[in-house]
Design a binder for this molecule. Structure first.
Ligand code: PRP
Ligand code: URA
Length: 209
């Protein structure tokens, strides 16, 4: 059964509050999302395996720990997921980046796929699927389905803000996918926007509205 890990660090919560404010502009919104992603990255990468190597410090030899070289892939759901790539890539520079393009049809609120480009060896990689918003869960479950079709086995979903409905949707369809989130908000409104949420993440990131 999947876990929902809520990253409650005070810096994350403070920065999320700034992002929610309607007068926060795109520049600050982008920077805050990158900063929060890096802070969430601490939690998401907490169980990465380590191995010992022998090194020389200026003072002597020691056995010291490095990452065991697990292969990772960061996969943003376009567009808004792009805002979480830089934060992760700066923490894990060796990770490959795939892209899944989905938009919510404004009438039906169902996801429409328009792009998919993944690392060829996605099946051997631990996948961090990133998108700031988990509303109905339609986009996340469509992205997980695509990843599974391409052979991905281990997937973690990383969102900034989630609605209970979205968590339930992922939970029921993909019980083995853990969800990392900075906040579980109250509900969805009639237009399937998260309440209180932060509005349309893609538009706020890219200044398109
Ligand atoms: C937003 C968001 C998620 C999706 C969440 O993208 O970034 O991908 O909606 O909603 P859901 O859980 O109900 O599927 P949107 O479709 O607005 O596209 P955009 O990122 O290109 O603006
Ligand atoms: N997509 C967003 O960007 N925000 C929401 O609240 C719901 C879907």
């Amino acid at each position: 059964m999947n876990k929902v890990i809520i990253t409650e660090h005070p810096l994350i919560q403070h920065k999320l509050t700034l992002m929610r404010m309607k007068d926060t502009g795109s520049k600050d919104f982008r920077e805050l999302l990158t900063e929060i992603t890096m802070l969430m990255g601490y939690e998401v990468t907490k169980d990465l395996p380590l191995t010992d190597i022998e090194i020389d410090t200026p003072v002597g030899k020691t056995n010291s720990k490095i990452l065991a070289g697990k292969k990772l892939a960061i996969v943003p759901i376009l567009r808004a997921g792009i805002g979480m790539v830089d934060g992760f890539v700066s923490l894990i520079p060796a990770a490959k980046v795939g892209h899944i393009g989905l938009y919510r049809d404004p009438e039906t609120c169902k996801p429409v796929e328009y792009y998919c480009k993944l690392p060829q060896d996605i099946g051997e990689r631990e996948v961090f699927l990133v998108d700031p918003m988990l509303a109905t869960g339609g986009s996340a479950t469509a992205a997980i389905e695509l990843l599974r079709e391409k052979g991905a086995k281990n997937i973690r979903l990383i969102n900034l803000v989630a609605a209970p409905e979205g968590i339930e949707e992922v939970h029921s369809k993909y019980p083995d996918v853990d969800i990392y989130v900075a906040s579980v908000d109250e509900k969805l409104d009639d237009h399937k926007y998260i309440v209180p949420g932060l509005g349309d993440a893609g538009d706020r990131l890219f200044g398109t509205k």
